[in-house]
Design a protein around this ligand. Structure first.
Ligand code: SAH
Length: 413
């Protein structure tokens, strides 16, 4: 099955990946019985003290975590430890509502049980390898190290009216967009749902504890715009979205409407997402209105053309009632021509859409740079003139290589 073959970064794919199945095995569910329940707690499951199971390529599989499981799965897991199911609810309240994973703080649990439950269901998945800050500490990028050594980054951005966590869905990325730092190193592996949720948990906890300048607060928004192509890791991303948006103590209780899934345009996966009954926002990284250029800028366009991607986007808008974001990195003399603005406007006019123009963040070794501000302004004017809602994306975090497209932990570490 195509989904079992990891896509390695090489020449852009002639035929893109098959997103009907994930590109690489979902680490939280791989090697599971076909019943597919994300439970690894059955007889014979490795305890966390035992060597972790190996992923393809010799990497250790991330251990199972509370965040991989829905409330029923958590109760089953706790019962498999010989404890009553309600202990799972207590554990969930500590983790998702009180934002603690420290057994010592779980004083409503019998002392001899705390450590055992935490060891089984709250194993450390990501440890901080490095943290960088700018904007007076209100933008902070974290480099995380997974148990198998895989590196991923997340970025917290505090604004006056909201706090956004930009999270990674994969270590590396297999989509090979030539202007994106992550795309240059290829795909290492998919993250598990819990590895994704952990990034949000860390931000939520830092906010709750008042560790981000501006006083205690909450993470209000989550964007899947860190490393990786979220729709190429569909199962884990969907589970993570549910854990992030389920009301506490089932999940972190962030509004679905405040979660954005950003994609290069994996058409079957967009259609599948539209049918999930969620109200998360979809962002499509278009970057060019014509196939000739988009084939180069977003190589998966060779499989799914601009027209098909936009069709799927309009289907998503119709199914969810949500305005679709069109992401467009402004690259000097590459995609910023007036005629391309007009062509883009003609594709988008009258649609439930919002265009984000992102000044290109030049990445090391890239021959490309950001559009001249006057050229970008004219591009914006041409869209606005045709009635297409459009703004220029704020590019926080450039100084710490934490802005759009700059996350490249695998190459720098
Ligand atoms: N794989 C997903 C998420 C990736 S990053 C996707 O492609 O949508 C989120 C956004 O940053 C995407 O729109 C991506 O195209 C954009 N991006 C990547 N590299 C960039 C760069 N160097 N400058 C500006 N934006 C970039």
């Amino acid at each position: 099955m195509a989904g079992a073959v990891p896509i390695e970064l090489g020449p852009p794919p002639e035929r893109g990946p098959d997103p009907a199945a994930d590109l690489v095995p979902d680490p939280a569910t791989a090697a599971q019985p076909a019943s597919g329940a994300p439970s690894r707690g059955g007889p014979g499951a490795p305890s966390h003290g035992a060597p972790a199971a190996l992923l393809r390529g010799g990497r250790a599989k991330p251990p199972r975590h509370l965040s991989d499981l829905d409330p029923a799965g958590r109760r089953t897991a706790v019962q498999e430890l010989g404890e009553p199911g309600f202990r799972a609810d207590q554990l969930s309240r500590h983790y998702f509502a009180r934002l603690t994973d420290d057994p010592e703080e779980m004083t409503d649990l019998p002392a001899n049980l705390r450590g055992r439950l935490a060891e089984a269901l709250l194993p450390p998945l990501l440890t901080v390898q490095r943290e960088q800050q700018c904007d007076g500490g209100t933008t902070r990028k974290t480099l995380w190290r997974a148990v198998d050594g895989a590196l991923v980054e997340s970025v917290l951005m505090r604004y006056p009216d909201r706090v956004t966590m930009c999270v990674s869905s994969q270590a590396g990325c297999g989509m090979a967009c030539p202007f994106c730092a992550t795309g240059q190193a290829g795909l290492t592996r998919n993250l598990s749902a819990a590895e994704i949720v952990t990034q949000v948990f860390a931000g939520a906890r830092a906010m709750a504890r008042g560790q981000v300048p501006g006083g205690p607060g909450r993470v209000s928004n989550v964007v899947f715009m860190g490393m990786g192509e979220p729709l190429a890791n569909y199962g884990s991303v969907l589970t993570a979205v549910r854990r992030i948006t389920d009301p506490a103590p089932s999940g972190l209780g962030i509004s679905q409407r405040a979660v954005t899934v950003s994609t290069v345009g994996l058409v079957p996966a967009i259609k599948r997402l539209a049918a999930e009954g969620l109200s998360v926002r979809l962002a499509v990284s278009l970057h060019a209105p014509d196939d000739e250029l988009r084939d180069d800028l977003v190589p998966v366009n060779r499989r799914w053309k601009v027209a098909e991607v936009l069709d799927a986007a309009w289907g998503y808008a119709a199914a969810t009632g949500r305005r679709v974001s069109i992401e467009y990195a402004m690259i000097r003399d590459i995609n910023d021509h007036a005629w391309r603005a007009d062509l883009l406007a003609s594709l988008l006019a009258g649609r439930l859409v919002h265009v984000n123009l992102i000044p290109l963040n030049p990445t090391p070794g890239s021959r490309w740079t950001a559009s001249d501000p006057d050229v970008a302004a004219e591009f914006l004017d041409r869209l606005a003139f045709r009635g297409v809602p459009v703004t220029v994306r704020d590019t926080r975090g450039t100084q710490i290589d934490g802005a759009c497209g700059q996350l490249a932990a695998t190459t720098r570490a």
